[in-house]
Design a protein around this ligand. Structure first.
Ligand code: ZN
Length: 410
């Protein structure tokens, strides 16, 4: 180590605990300059400068000190901070009803490379997890980037601390499959460095939207979304996922919104899960879902292109009213300061925002006195970006420690 780096490191002995918070501020775009970083951390300019220099030395961020960089809070030019576009990445993987997607994701939620895979998902989770990890390993080899961890999104509640998929209804895996351990084993076998994590796809979508998308700045963020099949929910409180005592909170898919409705996989009837997903929409619209493209894609095309067709509009309004009923119940219980909608629910909001907001306001206790904002999710592949957030978390918590660990041979 050279003398300058030693000096910086010594100065940082006291400030190591600021590295993680500083990295998170740059990662989420909340500290675009060193002046903002100084103010947000509540430290001296010298400490903020040393922290930024250390993160740059670790290859995580870039500090741009050229004249003409953006003005700081006092109008003085301040060094510009950004995530390092050629720095380390994590492997993100998502399994859904129609296949999988693997991606390399850098800091800032930036997708570096992606590989979609379409297949009938095997009833043996090891088979599809092996395929997605192999796709990720190919991306890593092609990119030559350093990998510091891996995250997996699955369409099921994931019990903690066991890492088991409790209700993988739409992928026909056995209930209780140890998905995190299987994924971690595949990651190790592929020679990919760093720890491996797994979470529910909608939880991870909410986390990604909170850090990089439509949920930024919300204190009590409620996310409700349909993926390819079924409906999920998530709550992010003060920046952390609310997962309940064992990882199973916010199973909103089984709220009853139509007591006489269709039977649900859970054994109930008229659940949000089966009353507001793409299959429910296509059925209500009198469309026979063809096998060529996903149900979500077919629904999206009808809602965007043919909403003036009376049959499409009637089907859309039926689903909006049921979704609104479910959201109103959640508003009464959770009192969120923002709701974001993904998948088909986002399309329903876009098709008729006034109707959905009116149903929620009319049915929620406090809705009529103001109304909680309801917004569309904004990130592409937000579950995948959220899976990456899981893998980045150890680095955000302790950049020095996490990078030292992931450098050790597997
Ligand atoms: Zn149900």
């Amino acid at each position: 180590m050279n003398g300058k780096a030693t000096t910086i490191r010594t100065r940082l002995e006291r400030g190591r605990s600021a590295l993680g918070p500083a990295l998170e501020l740059v990662h989420t775009g909340r500290a675009p300059t060193r002046a903002v970083l100084t103010a947000e951390l509540g430290v001296t300019r010298a400490t903020a400068g040393a922290v930024a220099a250390e993160l740059e030395a670790l290859g995580l961020i870039q500090v741009d000190s050229r004249p003409g960089a953006a003005a700081g809070s006092q109008g003085r030019p301040s060094h510009r901070l950004a995530v390092n576009d050629s720095g380390p990445v994590v492997l993100a993987a998502q399994i859904h009803a129609d296949g999988y997607r693997a991606a390399l994701v850098g800091l800032g939620g930036r997708t570096v490379a992606t590989a979609p895979g379409c297949e009938t998902v095997s009833a043996d989770p090891a088979q599809v997890l092996g395929a997605v990890v192999e796709a990720g390993a190919v991306l890593l080899r092609e990119s030559g980037r350093r990998c510091v961890g891996a995250g997996l999104a699955v369409p099921s509640a994931v019990a903690e601390p066991e890492g088991t998929a409790l209700n993988p209804l739409h992928v026909a895996w056995p209930a209780g499959s140890p998905v995190r351990d299987i994924f971690a084993e595949q990651v190790r076998a592929a020679g990919i460095a760093g720890p491996a994590f797994a979470g529910n796809d909608v939880n991870l979508a909410a986390l990604a939207e909170h850090r990089h998308g439509a949920g930024r700045g919300a204190q009590h963020l409620l996310c409700v979304a349909t993926g390819h099949r079924g409906v999920g929910g998530a709550l992010v409180v003060d920046g952390r996922l609310h997962t309940g005592s064992s990882g199973l909170a916010l199973e909103v898919g089984h709220l009853t919104v139509n007591p006489d409705g269709r039977p649900c996989y859970c054994g109930g009837r008229g659940c949000l899960d089966v009353e507001t997903d793409p299959l429910a929409f296509l059925t209500a619209a009198g469309r026979d879902p063809g096998p060529e493209v996903s149900l979500l894609q077919q629904s999206r095309e009808l809602l965007r292109g043919q909403y003036d067709d009376p049959a499409i509009r009637a089907a859309g309004e039926e689903l909006i009213d049921r979704l609104g009923l479910g959201l109103a119940g959640l508003v009464n219980i959770l009192n969120p300061d923002r709701i974001i909608l993904g998948g088909l629910h986002r399309e329903l909001l876009d098709a008729d925002p006034e109707r959905l907001r009116a149903v929620v306001a009319d049915r929620s206790l406090w809705g009529r006195s103001g109304g909680v904002p309801i917004l569309p999710c904004t990130l592409d592949h937000n579950s995948l970006v959220g899976a990456a957030e899981l893998a980045w978390q150890p680095v955000l918590d302790d950049p020095l420690g996490a990078l030292a660990v992931s450098r050790e041979p597997a």
